[in-house]
Design a protein around this ligand. Structure first.
Ligand code: NAP
Ligand code: MG
Length: 501
């Protein structure tokens, strides 16, 4: 069944009509100095819908210089915490006002459902700005009692710590949640008093540029947030190697994360890395098969599987394996596919031709490795980078498709007999981003949670996120945490002050 895409908001159309978008440096909307541009592609139509500047190292140097000046010389560095709080709250209100417009830009640029993006991506993003606005006024150090055993008894001291913004932040984000990732980086950095140079993914820069307009409208001082567009090779690498960057906050692939971690150490820039995953979902014997199947559908097919915490390895107790997998296949086959602007569509195209090829290659690999294809396994027969929701079943979890991150709507279901065995297999991965356990056996669940090597363990749910709950990985899934107070802390330095009285 096909659906006619709904019309878009006037403001969305007006934004798109500009075609040749500009980037934000020091409060000014500018082209790249060398005037190079990159195409913006609508993945549902496979059409070019505009262009963005391709920033060169000169542009990046300018942006970093402005961010540094805004921190050290401008009004931002002198602003009281409540001033930052109020700006963040104002920005959240503007995001709420324009939530539909941002969601439509996400749908057109990334392919995801505008309705889902408005509720989830934009909803979580604006809520996170409000959450972090609250922290801006609650940053505190501590007073420290000192002993100084070698000092004479009459000597007196006073020591305390103060928390200070870490400095100029480079934020580099991926294309899977373009707007939400920008919020995850900007909100804590700004709450802490840092200034930022943000580089969105080349495939999906429009919502970040729109956010730049809202930042200007909210009246943040010039240079506090700079947004440079371009690819990772030139724009991204100029940013991560710049000596005036004090912290790099990155979300993306493990491969690029490793490269960024090494570059950060050259300048001793602080670094947080949110990287890939191959997250297991473990369904114990007592779980209602219907609940497990519904849960697995959300775990793997949300955002077309282009989710770092996607539940891409489904371990089900053998006694209910067939029931769960057959029901999951029914659910997968019933998912309405279509462009993000179609209100009935729940699954859109993958983000790009490159991603389509990558996912199709993994599907071929799975078939060649001898996994049983339960459903899907091919491109949808329509224009756009659509892949049918795909489920493989296999006894063998050493297959490539059961070990490598596919980042598409492809699941491997694996039966297990023994809980100790499934824990070992779930942990036998270079990744450790998330895991979920499905069971009402509280004792069993509580015993499993500490044994799973993952940054997040969900119980009877998957992909649950909240502003106050830290998110990040063990092992090759990353370093540090986004969200929660832990995220704010990663944008602060600790200064110790030690006085002889
Ligand atoms: P990616 O290639 O790692 O790209 C992520 C960002 O890094 C993009 O902005 C990219 O720029 C930039 N980049 C690439 N090479 C760079 C370099 N040498 N120096 C500086 N920046 C560079 O990943 P992706 O293909 O966008 O996203 C998919 C991957 O991200 C998956 O593996 C997924 O697991 C991971 N991911 C993790 C999380 C998490 O929270 N842990 C969330 C989302 C995604 P351009 O794209 O513009 O060239
Ligand atoms: Mg695009």
């Amino acid at each position: 069944m096909t659906h006619e895409p709904a019309g878009i908001e006037q403001k969305t159309q007006a934004f798109l009509d500009r075609q040749n978008h500009r980037m934000l440096i020091d409060g000014q909307w500018v082209d790249a100095l060398k005037n190079k541009r990159m195409q913006v592609v609508n993945p549902a139509e496979e059409t070019v819908i505009g262009s963005i500047p391709s920033a060169h190292s000169d542009d990046v140097n300018k942006a970093v210089g402005c961010a540094k000046a805004a921190l050290e010389q401008g009004a931002w560095g002198k602003m009281r915490p409540s001033g930052r709080q109020n700006l963040l709250l104002k920005l959240a209100d503007l995001i709420e006002r324009d939530a539909r417009i941002i969601a439509e830009l996400e749908a057109i640029d990334n392919g995801k459902s505008a309705a889902i993006a408005q509720a989830v991506d934009i909803g979580l993003g604006l809520e996170f700005f409000r959450y972090m606005a609250g922290w801006a006024t609650k940053i505190e150090g501590s007073t420290l009692d000192v002993s100084m055993p070698f000092a004479p008894p009459e000597a007196d001291f006073f020591a305390y710590t103060r928390r200070e913004p870490v400095g100029v932040v480079a934020a580099i984000i991926p294309w899977n949640f373009p707007f939400l990732m920008a919020c995850w980086k900007l909100a804590p950095a700004l709450a802490a008093g840092c200034t930022v140079v943000l580089k969105p993914a080349e495939q999906t820069s429009l919502s970040a540029l729109y956010l730049g307009e809202l930042i200007a409208e909210a009246n943040f001082p010039d240079g506090v947030v700079n947004i440079v567009t371009g690819d990772g090779q030139s724009t991204g690498s100029a940013l991560i190697t710049h000596p005036d960057i004090n912290k790099i906050s990155f979300t993306g692939s493990t491969q690029v994360g490793q490269l960024i971690g090494r570059a950060a150490m050259d300048n001793m820039a602080r670094v947080t890395l949110e990287l890939g995953g191959k997250s297991p979902m473990i369904v114990l014997e007592d779980c209602d098969p219907e609940k497990a199947a519904q849960g697995a559908a959300v775990a793997i097919f949300f955002n077309h599987g282009q989710t770092c915490s996607a539940g891409s390895r489904l371990y089900v107790h053998r006694s209910i394996f067939d029931t769960v997998v057959n029901r999951l296949a029914e659910l997968a086959e019933a998912i309405p596919m279509g462009p993000g602007l179609d209100p009935a569509a729940q699954m859109g195209p993958l983000v790009s031709q490159v991603q389509l090829d990558r996912v199709c290659h993994y599907i071929e690999t799975g078939c060649q490795e001898g996994a049983r294809l339960v459903t899907g396994g091919e491109r949808a027969d329509r224009k756009g980078y659509y892949v049918k929701p795909t489920i493989f079943a296999s006894e063998d979890d050493s297959l490539v498709i059961a070990r490598e991150e596919i980042f598409g709507p492809v699941l491997v279901a694996i039966p297990f007999d023994d809980v100790d065995d499934v824990v070992e297999r779930a942990n036998d991965s270079r990744y450790g981003l998330a895991a979920s356990i499905w069971s009402n056996d509280l004792s069993q669940v509580q015993r499993l949670i500490p044994r799973l090597k993952a940054g997040t363990v969900w119980v009877n749910g998957h992909n649950m996120l909240d502003s106050n709950v830290p998110f990040g990985g063990y092992k090759l899934s990353g370093v540090g945490r986004d969200m929660g107070k832990q995220s704010l802390d990663s944008y602060l330095e600790t200064k110790s002050v030690f006085m002889a009285l």
